[in-house]
Design a protein around this ligand. Sequence first.
Ligand code: ATP
Length: 233
Amino acid sequence: MLTVEGLRSRYGRIEVLHGVDLFVGSGEIVTVVGANGAGKTTLLRCLSGVQPVSGGAITFRGEAMTSVPAYRRVARGLAQSPEGRQIFTNLSVEENLRLGAFIFSDERVERDMADAFAMFPILREKRNQFAGGLSGGQQQMLAIARALMGRPACLLLDEPSMGLAPILVAQIFEVVKALKTLDVTVLLVEQNAFGALSVADRGYVMETGRVTMGGSADELIADPRVREAYLGM
Ligand code: ATP
């Protein structure tokens, strides 16, 4: 579904992605784990089209994406739920969800909204409240639900567990797992390697702008280098 080949990106004169290769198959949950500063967020920003690419290629559903602008990528089914959530705090929960569906004007929007509320009952309860009043975990759920309103074929998730209390972290990873039942392919970027690998089919390890390892989630969890560097074992 999504292929990344030799992807390079820079901030000014400093290159931070030095040729990243990875792929995500249809229906898979794939995670990219790595330390702070490894380039995970930059990678996702390149994929969603908000960060310029200086080399390499991105192919999505057989189509070259590298020079397609961000809003067109969303329309083609590639959506990002950004790091730090970036919900509209002074709009209601429902208004935030409607914004996620802004490219559609059909009756399916109401059905999608009902589906979102079925998946996240707390959002239904709070649909008329300002999103800024939600807890961190609820805001993260809203960010994911809003991205789903765009009917993505592939969802790019940037650190959904960041800054959440442990019990909410577990809940968020359950939500990621549940996306599989909705037929949404997921590329999940996480510093919480254990949580991410626990729900993923496959994973990659990123270090200073390069993919240094890849394999099934089980292989990575069992790998002594991953255990020592990322799982604290
Ligand atoms: P984190 O988990 O902290 O988001 P990350 O793995 O996602 O880390 P990136 O945020 O992609 O890593 O950062 C990769 C490198 O690019 C780092 O060295 C970082 O300092 C640098 N970087 C990130 N954003 C910018 C920016 N706007 N301008 C200059 N350098 C940046």
